[in-house]
Design a protein around this ligand. Structure first.
Ligand code: SF4
Ligand code: SF4
Length: 405
């Protein structure tokens, strides 16, 4: 007999360990997964996405949403029963559901649930504030009041949810559970009592007693079922004594002909793949800096020694994780001189403005009073193509001579 619940426990312990430890794992000096509130940056397994590039996160959210729909179309509420953090945490506080408890046992249960709620709330905070900074500030007594209040409020909500709501959350409040029924079809994986073997049922009610949401699976599929499979294991244990398999199973719908590739699954699969491709492409081509050239309003174009001088404001915003040093060049003419303060270094998250002066021989503007050129910013320490910005180079406007008769 395969004890599904052993696998479920292994999955749940893995999920919990991952949830708690992930913020402590550092890649390139930062948490593996964290949205850093102070710098408004998402750290994602060695890369970081600045708030300016947050559309990438939006595309990733679409990908996760469609992946969730695809998984539900194929495997029903498998997420709820096996992976959902809320269900996992409720399972970890199983002792709270014991019926006959003495007063001391009840008090200990509440203390344990409160301790687990505190760990959960602090772990949630670690997905927004570095855990190492959190403990350092806590020890020094300099923890920000916002962080402290966030911990207190989340602890209170989690504790009350564990004590008062528990599995009722899955059947009443959870928005995902409300959307499930529209994603199901005739071939979705469900937990079902096999009517063909109904005569073997000894009406022991073991399947009903073990059900966390209080269902009787023999009465048919109910949307409140979270696919946890506890009734399968309970019935398997009863039936083992009679040398029969469980009367409750995981089955892909009641259709005789099983169709893993249905039109709805195919469409959702394609949309999921499209969003994944867009996300990968965007993440691979994200620019590490922004570059802009604006005319310097304080300096009008002028002439000096047969050369024309124009001035510009060069603006560079560094949206990478390292300090970048830039080299600026002009494209569209070879005979020029560009003066600006060097080195042009910009720290991560910093925007630096530099005034530049561009000298071009007067002859070059003989035919056209305005040249359309491009400036190109290249960084030696950013592994990507230079970024260009277009600008105009003008002749000085000369005062009209007085016409004398
Ligand atoms: S009916 Fe079975 S699978 Fe569904 S929630 Fe109850 S115990 Fe879990
Ligand atoms: S556990 Fe199995 S045998 Fe017992 S009531 Fe449920 S379906 Fe029938």
């Amino acid at each position: 007999m395969i004890n599904l619940q052993r696998y479920r426990w292994a999955v749940r312990l893995f999920n919990t360990a991952l949830f708690i430890l992930l913020p402590f794992i550092t890649i390139n000096g930062q948490s593996a997964l964290r949205f850093d509130i102070p710098s408004l940056r998402l750290f994602f397994f060695g890369t970081s996405v600045w708030i300016e590039n947050f559309f990438i996160v939006l595309i990733f959210t679409f990908f996760i949403t469609f992946l969730g729909i695809l998984v539900t179309q194929l495997y029903g509420r498998i997420w709820c029963g096996w992976f959902c953090p809320h269900t996992v945490m409720i399972n970890l506080t199983w002792f709270f559901d014991r019926k006959k408890q003495t007063l001391i046992q009840k008090v200990i249960s509440h203390i344990l649930v409160f301790a687990i709620s505190t760990v959960i709330s602090v772990t949630i905070v670690f997905y927004f504030v570095s855990p190492y900074d959190f403990f350092r500030d806590l020890a020094a007594g300099t923890l920000s009041p916002v962080t402290a209040w966030f911990c207190i409020v989340i602890t209170a909500i989690t504790y009350l949810s564990f004590v008062l709501i528990r599995y009722k959350f899955c059947t009443t409040v959870c928005p995902y559970s409300k959307l499930q029924s529209i994603m199901f079809d005739k071939n979705t994986l469900i937990v079902a009592f096999d009517p063909a073997t109904a005569d073997r049922c000894i009406k022991c009610n073991a399947c009903v007693k073990t059900c966390p949401v209080g269902l009787d699976i023999r009465k048919g599929l109910v949307s409140a079922c979270i696919n946890c499979g506890r009734c399968i294991t309970a019935c398997a244990k009863v039936m083992q004594k009679k040398e029969h398999p469980s009367l409750v199973h995981y089955i892909y719908g009641f259709e005789k002909e099983k169709k893993p590739f249905r039109v709805n699954v195919l469409i959702t699969g394609i949309v999921t793949l499209v969003f994944l491709s867009i996300f990968v492409w965007m993440a691979a081509t994200t620019k590490p800096f922004e570059f802009q050239v604006l005319p310097n309003q304080q300096f009008m174009p002028r002439e000096k020694d047969d050369r024309i001088i124009n001035s510009y404001e060069l603006i560079i915003k560094n949206i990478s994780d390292k300090e970048l040093t830039f080299d600026i060049s002009v494209e569209g003419t070879d005979d020029y001189e560009l003066q600006y303060e060097k080195p042009f270094s910009v720290k991560p998250a910093e925007t630096v403005k530099r005034t530049a002066f561009l000298f071009i021989e007067e002859d070059e503007l003989e035919d056209f009073p305005i040249l359309s050129l491009k400036m190109s910013a290249k960084s030696d320490n950013a592994e990507m193509k230079p970024i260009e910005s277009e600008f105009s180079f003008r002749r000085p406007i000369k005062a009209k001579r007085k016409v004398t008769e």
